[in-house]
Design a protein around this ligand. Sequence first.
Ligand code: CMP
Length: 136
Amino acid sequence: GAERTLVLVKPDGVQRRLVGEVLARIERKGLSLAALQLRTIDAELAKRHYAEHEGKPFFGDLVEFITSGPLVVAVVQGPRAIAAFRQLAGGTDPVEKATPGTIRGDFGLETQYNLVHGSDSAESAAREIELWFGSK
Ligand code: CMP
């Protein structure tokens, strides 16, 4: 499969020991892991990753949360990997948008603590993979 997407299991997912659950769902879907790391990131990387949300009311809390502890970052690969992972994740709001059967719908309650991130487009995936795994 040609397409690649950047996936995070955010600090809430790691803290709640849902890493295996998330990776199992990715693998059962038929997607592959092309890269996988456990990392704790600083505010600089967090702000670059979430640059499109700068200025929004939740931005400060989001940066604080995403830097609060270890997270898992993966490059996930397969046919239509970007859309396929977003289908697995469910909508951003775990109650109002994500449906049961999705990661957020099954395990989430609050929008900030929505367990996972997946790139939202091919452009975002390329940017995010370079940001997290590039040489610089
Ligand atoms: P994610 O898909 O990683 O993209 C941006 C993140 O910001 C989102 O998941 C949530 O964790 C967070 N977020 C988005 N909207 C809100 C909101 N209204 N309140 C709090 N956090 C939000």
